[in-house]
Design a protein around this ligand. Structure first.
Ligand SMILES: [Zn+2]
Length: 216
């Protein structure tokens, strides 16, 4: 791989980030009061958002959220490892978000065309990279369910992505702080999918079992 540089030898990707930051600094000056408020008060986010790391699925963009509104964990394929799994990142965010920040809504949001889910549908299966391969194991329950359901090939990826989101909602309930909060009626968990083709969010209806547009 070659790194593209400008005439002064500056990496173009870094230059792009620097120029973006310069525009942000101008915005920051215009909105100084807002940012001062963020800096001087404790954060009080509305949602704990557990989403995919995919660069095209940006939580603040698709919910039009301002800084301070979303407490985010993003990882490949929006995984919530079960509480007894060997991962602390998601559990720590859950405990901090719910226990310390007082968040009362958790959203697990997947998206159509998720490469993290598609990986196991490719010939060859699990990636051989050590970390990636182990991480992808967390998507296996959805793959196994959809494989057993004999879903037509063209629907298989989206069906697996949706099933995976539902499994992550189940996994959320393995964390005592979530289970107790939900049972006590002070915490809600939501499974959403973002459609990259039309920009729409749909929500899983845990009562009826289907998916429907978030806006109805
Ligand atoms: Zn993804």
């Amino acid at each position: 791989m070659t790194q593209e540089k400008d005439s002064t030898g500056l990496d173009l990707d870094i230059k792009d980030a620097m120029e973006g930051h310069e525009r942000f600094r101008q915005q920051f000056e215009r909105d100084r009061a807002f940012y001062r408020g963020l800096a001087t008060k404790k954060q009080k986010p509305r949602l704990l958002w557990i989403g995919c790391a995919d660069s095209r699925v940006v939580p603040a963009t698709i919910t039009n959220a301002d800084p301070g509104e979303l407490f985010e964990v993003r990882n490949i394929a929006n995984v919530v490892p079960p509480a007894d799994a060997a991962d602390e990142a998601v559990g720590a965010a859950i405990e901090y978000g719910v226990g310390h920040l007082g968040i009362d809504d958790i959203v697990v949001c997947g998206h159509t065309g998720c490469g993290g889910i598609a990986a196991l549908l490719e010939p060859g299966g699990l990636p051989s990279n050590a970390h990636l391969g182990r991480w992808m194991e967390f998507t296996k329950p959805a793959h196994q369910l959809i494989a057993a359901a004999r879903v037509p090939d063209e629907d298989r990826l989206t069906a697996t992505i949706k099933a995976h989101i539902q499994f992550q909602l189940d996994n959320l309930m393995t964390y005592p702080i979530v289970r107790e909060g939900v049972l006590a009626g002070r915490l809600n968990v939501h499974g959403w999918i973002y459609d990259m083709q039309n920009g729409e969010l749909s929500a899983y209806d845990s009562q009826g079992g289907g998916w429907r547009g978030l806006l109805g």
